[in-house]
Ligand binder design. Structure first.
Ligand code: AMP
Ligand code: GLY
Length: 420
């Protein structure tokens, strides 16, 4: 058995979520490795991101550096089976197997899985061509929801108000192949009305522990307008009625875990379930096999305990119980000009991005370095995170901190925390 206290850790993924993971465990570790390289975070060591293309070299590097525990942040390596490969080679991994990761990697697989467990979700039809999509559309009414089957970097869902828009999107997926093979198949799905909510459970594939509910703000602009993004901000915990939690657990979470167990899909990690709720009835919009970004940024600081311990135990197949602080957290995402379509990189960031009070700090999502200065190097650039005794206090602090940095074209939403 590995001794947890003298092994090193690698965190895979270069976004704000992974910086939040790093922060959550850094008190307990002198050295943490990250992949890709993160120049703006001085306290970590780096492993070349090219090793993600060559797993046997990655494994050699892990052994050489005495790294025996890997936290995988994003979905892509999980869907590709990196977790299985590392586990087969005696590395502990926080993250599900490739078979289980199909819950996110294939929307059609997720639908079949839900059907087998009787889990409520929107009715759908599988489509594989432009003409089939139009034919299937006769059975639905607008708005039409068209989803590429495979991973599309969060861009694979189209809500189309009119038939013409659906035609354009179907053409993009099947003829222009904008998502490549991820768009070989797609789903046309019934539009769901209601309130969207994200629930997260920690699971070892046999049981689960629920995390507090978080609210994510997906649209680019205030009042839920503008294009969908990876997430413009988040707050937690959200107050949710006991009845709704009970329904979510009974109708969705338990059957999901039961399905994993029955099918022997090994799952040691976090499962994120996107729900649409109407009249206390939850339906699954999607499964994700990882922490949300920016939900991780607001959920991780709420723990009263050691994330290092928890991640480690889950990776070993155990299921620790969790305790939460009686505080609130808020995250405001600061983006580059042109995000999400075409973020403009290279602008110089002014202000200090290394402010680090325990209740108010920046997490780095897309920060690069040029001639000794910090520059914009991604669509989502910084996350302003703050904690408070009330949600209002957390939001005030996060927004105050926003005012201390700027770059050309910096954008953020001013209504994070307003309930939707
Ligand atoms: P997903 O990538 O599946 O989370 O979809 C992106 C967003 O599209 C979701 O967060 C919802 O806002 C929306 N969405 C997905 N499926 C549906 C649906 N069946 N009805 C209404 N909105 C949906
Ligand atoms: N916040 C949405 C996601 O992580 O997919």
């Amino acid at each position: 058995m590995l001794k947890k206290d003298n092994i090193n850790i690698l965190i895979i993924g270069g976004g704000g979520r992974e910086h939040a993971l790093l922060r959550a465990i850094k008190e307990e570790r002198t050295w943490i490795y990250t992949l890709p390289e993160r120049k703006s975070i001085p306290e970590v060591l780096n492993i070349s991101s090219s090793l993600l293309e060559n797993w046997s070299m990655l494994l050699k590097e892990l052994k050489r550096k005495n790294i025996h525990f890997v936290l995988i942040g994003p979905e892509q390596p999980l869907v590709e089976g990196l977790g299985d490969f590392l586990r087969e080679n005696n590395i502990l991994v926080f993250g599900p197997s490739a078979r289980a990761a199909r819950l996110e990697g294939s929307k059609l697989f997720a639908k079949e899985f839900m059907k087998s467990q009787n889990i409520p979700t929107a009715p759908y039809t599988e489509v594989t061509s432009f003409s089939q999509t139009l034919e299937a559309a006769e059975k639905f009414s607008p708005p039409y929801v068209l989803k590429a089957d495979g991973l599309a970097g969060g861009k694979g869902v189209f809500i189309c108000q009119k038939k013409e828009e659906l035609e354009n999107r179907a053409r993009q997926i099947f003829e222009e192949k904008i998502f490549g093979e991820a768009g070989n198949k797609a789903l046309l799905e019934e539009f769901q009305e209601g309130k969207e909510m994200s629930v997260f459970v920690l699971t070892n594939g046999e049981g689960y522990t629920l995390l507090p509910v978080a609210q994510d703000y997906k649209r680019l602009n205030e009042g839920q307008t503008g294009p969908n993004t990876g997430g413009m901000g988040a707050v937690a915990p959200l107050s949710v009625s006991n009845k709704l939690v009970e329904n979510i657990e009974n109708q969705i979470i338990r059957p999901t875990i039961q399905g994993l167990k029955q099918s022997k899909y090994q799952y040691r990690g976090i499962l994120y379930i996107g729900l649409m709720v109407s009249q206390k009835k939850p339906r699954v919009l999607e499964y994700n096999v990882r922490f949300g970004d920016p939900e991780a940024q607001v959920l991780l600081p709420l723990l009263d305990g050691s994330w290092m311990d928890i991640f480690y135990q889950v990776a070993e197949g155990k299921l620790p119980s969790l305790r939460w602080k009686n505080i609130y957290s808020a995250c405001v995402v600061l983006t580059a000009r042109g995000y999400p379509e075409k973020p403009l990189k290279g602008s110089r960031i002014s202000g200090s991005i290394h402010q680090g009070a325990s209740d108010k700090y920046f997490l780095h999502a897309g920060v690069g370095e040029k001639k000794g200065e910090w520059i914009v190097n991604g669509g989502r650039v910084l996350n302003s995170v703050a904690l408070g005794a009330t949600l209002e206090e957390a939001l005030n602090k996060a927004y105050q901190q926003v005012n201390t940095v700027s770059w050309e074209g910096m954008h953020y939403r001013k209504d994070i925390g307003v309930m939707i």
